[in-house]
Design a protein around this ligand. Structure first.
Ligand code: D5M
Ligand code: FE
Ligand code: ZN
Length: 536
């Protein structure tokens, strides 16, 4: 962020007679309001101090830290699982909902809503002024400092939450207690996947870690559940039931359980005829931003046909950003990040002024990269103030007309797609990767990999509650499905293929707007509650 560079902070402090260290500068740079944080930090330092220490900064930011830690979560190296002999069978999506980008779009329902006044402009009936409620947003609550203790805290919180979800399904014991159980006993462990190794004979050895220690479980390659090992990611929490070896030192697995979404889950629905457009990845500022497609979408929103589309949910990457990937500057239409947001704000003004808009940031946006990402700061909010959008962190659960929509930009999908077998998760079926996250009840299970994760006191990335709709973007592919009745939607994008994407073989789906009919989520036929509109 040009105006918030560490250099500017250092200059500012120097001009006021203070020296400081890099960590303090990083903390200040990532505070929601850097200038206010500088002022507060300077007020708090002792009168005779010549240095603003990291502790000083932390003290004043303690309830509002906004720290960036982009370092690896763990220093121990995970041995990678052998993907050579994977024979997967699980298909997470409901076959009735198989992705079909070009299937005939079903016109949105219009009953219960007055249609347009005849001149092509729609009229809207009065609606409840209550705004969408937000939960699970880190904004203003970040406390992480990137220290070892934060990792301990975030893992402990993750373990507590996810083991709680598994409790009741298995009669588990702490690993320290399992260690002293006699050989041959039946036992169950709930643990984080600390390591996965294949043995010389092709079986799987999974180290399960809980708050008392680590214990190995052996999954025999010829058991049905061996397929499930293909789906495991490091640091996810699972339960394993089995029998202890004669010498007690290993658990022979009989079953593996995931926190998962109950099969009996029933989504909530709106109690009136209302729909939401779920989009993401606008990438304004890129030469490949497809303004024509965007304009067609915005115009359509003004037509009577779109009358019931009262909500616009934007799952990140509003702008292209700067310095995101190699040689990106050669494809920038707008080179200044603030100018990019100004342009994005103009494009947003094209959508009807009475729509409720909710926005979370993505990896191209000007907030810290590490997840959970806090919402846009005051300066950016100011720029995007038209429509009075709800601006919240990534991820956030937004309750719209009684329907809980979990919005997450989607960086961990890259990781799920890279780690899991092709037919369990792929760029052509991002909804399957989303189903895996629902099964694991975690937004981004793996620390220290592709997804940057900031350790916080709490694990904001655990899915404590089952959402009714799970909305992601990032992979620039349209995909949707249903996992245990949770509607999964990966919105496509508004950016044509960049040279970078060409180099990594990403063929984006451009200009689609999935429209979710919030009052119909309990219908069994997808075409009743989801309409894919194409503007590309
Ligand atoms: O992500 C757009 C797509 O590009 C998404 O599928 C991830 C992919 N992508 C982004 N960065 C990389 C790197 N470094 N390697 C491989 N693939 C990548 P977006 O967030 O819009 O850039
Ligand atoms: Fe994107
Ligand atoms: Zn992205």
């Amino acid at each position: 962020m040009p105006r918030e560079t560490p250099v500017r902070i250092v200059d500012e402090l120097a001009s006021r007679g203070y020296n400081t260290d890099r960590e303090a500068v990083t903390l200040l740079a990532d505070a929601p309001d850097t200038d206010a944080a500088i002022e507060r930090a300077l007020e708090a330092v002792p009168d005779d101090a010549v240095k603003l220490s990291v502790e000083d900064v932390r003290d004043v930011l303690e309830t509002n830290a906004g720290n960036v830690d982009r370092s690896r979560g763990r220093s121990d190296t995970h041995s990678s699982s052998d993907s050579g002999e994977r024979d997967p069978s699980v298909s997470s999506g409901d076959p009735s909902l198989e992705s079909s980008h070009d299937r005939g779009a079903v016109p949105p329902e219009t009953e219960g809503v007055e249609s347009g006044s005849g001149d092509g402009n729609r009229t809207r009936r009065e609606r409840d002024p209550s705004e969408p409620a937000i939960a699970g947003d880190v904004t203003g609550r970040s406390t992480g400092t990137g220290e070892y203790e934060d990792f301990v805290a975030v893992f402990r919180d993750r373990y507590e939450k996810l083991s709680g979800q598994l409790r009741g399904r298995v009669n588990h014991r702490p690993t320290s207690a399992v260690e002293s159980m006699p050989g041959g006993s039946e036992a169950a462990i709930v643990g984080m996947v600390a390591d996965i190794r294949s043995t010389a004979n092709g079986h799987w050895l999974i180290d399960l870690e809980d708050t008392t220690g680590t214990f190995p479980a052996l999954v025999m390659k010829d058991r049905d559940m061996a397929d499930l090992v293909d789906d495991l990611l490091f640091d996810e929490v699972i339960a394993v039931e089995g029998t202890l070896a004669d010498d007690g030192g290993i658990l022979f697995a009989d079953s593996i359980h995931f926190p998962d979404v109950p099969r009996t889950f029933e989504p909530s629905t709106a109690d009136r005829a209302v729909s939401a457009a779920l989009i993401s990845d606008v990438h304004v500022g890129s030469q490949e931003f497809d303004a024509d497609a965007w304009n067609r979408f915005a115009e359509w929103l003004h037509t009577p046909e779109a009358d019931r589309v009262e909500y616009l949910l934007l799952a990140g990457d509003m702008v292209e950003g700067v310095g995101i990937y190699p040689d990106q500057d050669e494809e920038l239409d707008i080179v200044d990040i603030y100018d990019q947001y100004e342009a994005f704000a103009e494009h947003l003004k094209a959508v009807p002024g009475d729509m409720e808009i909710v926005m979370i940031p993505g990896n191209h946006d000007a907030v810290r990269l590490a997840e959970p990402q806090p919402a846009f700061d005051e300066e950016l909010r100011e720029i995007m103030s038209a429509h009075d959008a709800r601006i919240t962190g990534n991820p956030s659960t937004v309750t719209v007309e009684g329907v809980d929509v979990l919005m997450y930009h989607g960086v961990s999908l890259d990781e799920v797609i890279a780690e899991l077998p092709e037919d369990h998760a792929s760029y052509d079926h991002p909804d399957r990767a989303m189903a895996q996250l629902l099964k694991k009840r975690h937004i981004a299970p793996q620390f220290g990999g592709h997804t940057r994760i900031a350790p916080e006191e709490r694990d904001y990335l655990v899915m404590e509650d089952v959402p009714d709709v799970f909305h992601t973007g990032h992979v620039h592919k349209l995909g949707y499905g249903s996992y245990h009745n949770v509607l999964t939607i990966n919105s496509a994008c508004w950016q044509q293929q960049t040279s970078f994407q060409e180099s990594v073989n990403i063929d984006p789906d451009v200009g689609y707007a999935p429209i979710v009919h919030l009052d119909k989520l309990d219908e069994s036929d997808a075409s009743d509650f989801l309409t894919i509109r194409s503007f590309g």
